[in-house]
Design a protein around this ligand. Structure first.
Ligand code: GRG
Length: 293
């Protein structure tokens, strides 16, 4: 595997470079969709305006597409060899966000109304389905397409498992023997968030001509990154600046989600008081302050 020597300070520039490399191919793929479905996709990528929500809104950081490009480069190929992988993971990521927002009833994402809020639930489900199908097609027509589709399928199974666990966590009590423990949280996050990050890097490597060992190593690294990424996402869901995160402040607390800071606080000496506050669900500011303690 090639050492890419990307430092933390290089990350913004790497994200910009990869987004610029991938954008034309992503636009070309979205352009093949039914125009109405394509409009919803373009809206979720922040490319177009709907109902007064401006086109300037963030279309996402592009972490997964960057991992796909870097995966190809790590395999010794030029970054453009990973572009189809980047398009496919970005389409799957956007599809999963569209459906996740419906499942959670979330009304804001990336600083604007979610697709279901702007267009309706049925159309948003359809747009998600179309993005999913387009992702598979994008990979299937590549020279190493069969291996790439196999790699993606394995990750998709994990995405569904992680999402199912996350949804089931909602019915579990805050305290007592049935509560969600740290190991369960970790397994959920690795699947729900890590599987696609790992898959992105592995897919780029597969299209770049890497062997199974390199692809598996990149997949593992991406999964670790996913757990860290989900923890940061959970922290931002409570304390993040909504102008930066695009999420409503304290949204996760209001929705009584079993996020990482909540689980840590529940396991602390203040756990009983945190659980009592979360149970009522109507004082998210007080709960956030107590969790911070
Ligand atoms: C695969 C068939 C199939 C179904 C998917 C809906 C679902 C099942 C899974 C949900 C997965 C999900 C939404 C995980 C959350 C991952 C996460 C932390 C998203 C936020 O990612 P960022 O911060 O977002 O990269 P941006 O906006 O920057 O792209």
């Amino acid at each position: 595997m090639r050492d890419l020597a990307v430092g933390v300070d290089d990350i913004p520039q790497v994200l910009r470079r990869c987004r610029a490399l991938v954008r034309p191919a992503l636009e070309e793929a979205v352009g093949r969709l039914h125009p109405w479905v394509g409009e919803m996709a373009a809206y979720s990528f922040g490319w177009c305006e709907v109902g007064g929500a401006p086109a300037v809104a963030s279309g996402g950081k592009g972490v997964r597409q960057a991992l796909a490009v870097l995966g190809a480069e790590a395999a010794g190929a030029p970054g453009r060899a990973g572009v189809a992988a980047a398009v496919a993971v970005e389409l799957v990521h956007t599809f999963s966000l569209l459906h996740d927002d419906i499942m959670d009833g979330d009304t804001d994402r990336r600083g604007r109304p979610t697709v279901w809020k702007a267009y309706g639930t049925g159309p948003a489900v359809l747009a998600g389905d179309a993005l999913f199908a387009l992702a598979v097609e994008t990979l299937a027509v590549q020279p190493r397409g069969a291996g790439a589709v196999r790699t993606l399928s394995a990750a998709l199974g994990d995405l569904v498992r992680g999402q199912a666990d996350d949804l089931l966590f909602a019915d579990r009590p805050w305290t007592g023997p049935e509560r969600v423990g740290p190991d369960e949280y970790r397994a959920m996050a690795e699947r729900k968030t890590g599987a696609l990050l790992g898959c992105a890097a592995a897919l780029g490597a597969v299209l770049g001509g890497a062997g199974p060992e390199t692809a598996a190593a990149l997949d593992r690294a991406g999964r670790h990154l996913g757990v860290a990424f989900q923890i940061v996402d959970d922290v931002l869901g409570i304390w993040g600046d909504p102008r930066v995160t695009g999420k409503p402040v304290h949204g996760d607390l209001r929705e009584r989600k079993k996020t990482f800071p909540v689980l840590v606080a529940l396991g602390s000496p203040l756990g009983g008081r945190v659980a009592a506050l979360l149970e009522t669900g109507d004082a998210p500011e007080t709960a956030a302050a107590l969790i911070e303690e």
